[in-house]
Design a protein. Structure first.
Length: 85
């Protein structure tokens, strides 16, 4: 009942700096970038809230993609390997 996994299909996990750079640059490109001093405080809050929510969703999507690329290991196989040692 052994499964064969193709580990070569897993893409390289980016470093923290690279992941941060990708997510921040996407946020910069996809959200408004100009805020003015005379805007009402509610509008300024909405501006930054939109950026934060977009950043959160983008980071969630990237991390989910990374996790989903790894194969699912059966728990019974995992337990058998470590209890036989």
């Amino acid at each position: 009942m052994s499964s064969v996994y193709n580990f070569k299909r897993i893409t390289v996990v980016p470093s923290a700096a690279d992941l941060k750079e990708v997510v921040l640059s996407k946020t910069q490109r996809k959200t408004p970038t100009v805020i003015h001093r005379q805007f009402a405080i509610g509008r300024i809050r909405a501006f930054y809230s939109r950026k934060i929510k977009f950043l959160q969703q983008t980071l969630h999507d990237k991390l989910t993609d990374i996790i989903n690329e790894f194969p699912k290991v059966e728990v019974s196989v995992y337990i058998a390997v470590f209890t036989s040692v």
